[in-house]
Design a protein around this ligand. Sequence first.
Ligand code: GLV
Ligand code: MN
Ligand code: MN
Length: 413
Amino acid sequence: MSAAPDINPDRLHADLAELATLSAHPAPAVTRVLFSKEDLAAREWLVGKAKAAGLDVRHDAVGNLFFTLNGSDPGLPAVATGSHTDAIPNAGAYDGVVGVLGGLEALRTLRENGVTPRRSIELIMFTAEEPTRFGIGCLGSRMLAGTTSAEEAASLRDADGRSLDELRPAAYAGDLASVILPTGFYQAFVELHIEQGPMLEKQGIDIGIVTRIAAPAAFRLRFTGSGGHAGAVLMPDRHDAFLAAAETALAVERAAVDSPSSDTVGTTGLVEVRPGAINSIPCDVRMEIDFRDTDVDARDAAIDQIRSEADAACGRRGVTLEWSCINIDPPAICDEALVECAEKHAAALGCGHTRMISRAYHDSLFMARICPTTMLFIPCRNGWSHRPDEYASPEAIAKGTNLLTRMLLDLAR
Ligand code: GLV
Ligand code: MN
Ligand code: MN
C-alpha cells in the first residue's frame, strides 16, 4: 500500500490564521457563536475553500456542512472526518478548527495529487458542537445520530427566546427530521482535535489515540427566593436565592472531589443573579452545572448527592428549586480496529503515540453511535483550551494532519 502524499503545512497554517480573524472578540480571542454573523462568515469562507479545492459541497437542515472527495465507488459507505468551527466566548483558534481545517487539508492534498480513493471521503463541519447558543452541545452530531429528535431541536430556545427556525439562515430551510443519518451511512469516522489537557505535551508524545469519551451530563437549575432591600430585611427573614445556589455550587465541587472515581469532574460554569443590584437581595438565580465521568455509575451517584444537598440547602433557606436536565449521555467506546489503524500509521510516520481517554466531549461521542469511530489528539500548550491563549504548534498540527490523511486513505481503499 503506497502512503498518502504529505500535506502542505504552510497552507494549513495560513488557513488557521485566516479563520481566526472571523471572531466577535479581538485576537487572540476567538468567539463564534452558532448563527452569529461570525459563524455565518466562517461557514461561507469554508465553503469557498472547499469549492476551490474541487470538493462537492452540501448541507442539511440544521446547518451541518459536508464536503466530499468522490471515490471511484461512490455507492459504498463513505469514510468521514470532521469537527466544529464554532467557538465559545473568548476561546482560542484551535478547538475544533484543527479537525475541520486538517480534514480540508487532507482532502485537498489527496485531490491535488490525483489520488482517487475507492470510497468517498467526507469532511463534516458540525453545527454547534459548543452549547453557547442553545445550552446543549453537539447539536449537529446529536441530530445526525438521532439522539436529539427534530421535535426536541425545534423546541430549543436561546437566551433571547429564539428558536432554530428563527435563527437558521434561509439556505438551510428544510425539515429537521431529514437530518438523521441511517446506521451504516458512514464506514468510519475519525476526528482530529487538540488534546485540551496537558498529558501529551508533558510526556512528549505526538499523538493520543482515543479509546473512550467520557460521559457528559448537564443540568439547568432555577432558584426562586424572595427579594427585598439589602439594608432593611434582617438576616433571619431572608430567602436568598443566590446563597442556596452558592451552597449548591460547593456541593458540585464536593461531589466531584469525594467521588471514588478520579475521572469525575464537576463545574458550575454559569450563574445569573437577579435582580443583580448591590443593594437588592437575590430572588431569582439561574445556574448551569456540567458533570462528567467515564464511569456512568460514579457520575450518577455524584449527581444524586448534589441533588439532595441542593434540596437541603433550599429547604433550610426557604428557596424553591426547579432542576431540569439538559443532557445526560453515556460514554462512547471507540472502535478497536480504527485505534489499531491509527497506531499502525502513527508508527509508520515516526510519531510517538499512546492510547488515551477524552475527558472533553466531541461530535465523535455521537458519531460513535452510528459508525466505528476514533479520535486523534495532538498536544496543545499547557493543555490550555477554551481560552484565548490556546495554542498548538504548526508541527504538531502537521503531524496530526498527515496521520489523518493516511488513515482516511487507508480506510477508503
Ligand atoms: C466541549 O467543548 C466540551 O465542553 O467538552
Ligand atoms: Mn470546545
Ligand atoms: Mn472541540
